[in-house]
Design a protein. Structure first.
Length: 113
């Protein structure tokens, strides 16, 4: 199983970005997908997760600004990020949990003030 994330970049505060992460390989339909982030000097933290049935969970810091969604037919998870803040700057990683945990390579999001 491989995860390919894309969509990171540089954006001004208040702007928006959309991250995508496509999973390839043999994947069971019952799985959870999610986004985590790691800022410089900090531990990796949860941003948002979504089950294959669409149940979502968000970190308090992104509630109301970020939206996670998925396309099960494409094994792809998305993260729509609005009203971005400089403190959202981090490397964003996608995660697939299906009996075992898979991580994608991160994509850098930089929010300038």
């Amino acid at each position: 199983v491989q995860l390919q994330a894309s969509g990171g970049g540089l954006v001004q505060a208040g702007g928006s970005l959309r991250l995508s992460c496509a999973a390839s390989g043999s994947i069971r339909s019952a799985n959870n997908m999610g986004w985590y982030r790691q800022a410089p000097g900090k531990q990796r933290e949860l941003v948002a997760t979504i089950t294959n049935t669409g149940f979502t969970n968000y970190a308090d810091s992104v509630k109301g600004r970020f939206t996670i969604s998925r396309d099960n037919a494409k094994n792809t998870v998305y993260l729509e990020m609005n009203s971005l803040k400089p403190e959202d700057t981090a490397v964003y990683y996608c995660k697939l949990t299906v009996l075992v945990v898979y991580w994608g390579k991160g994509t850098l999001v930089t929010v300038s003030s």
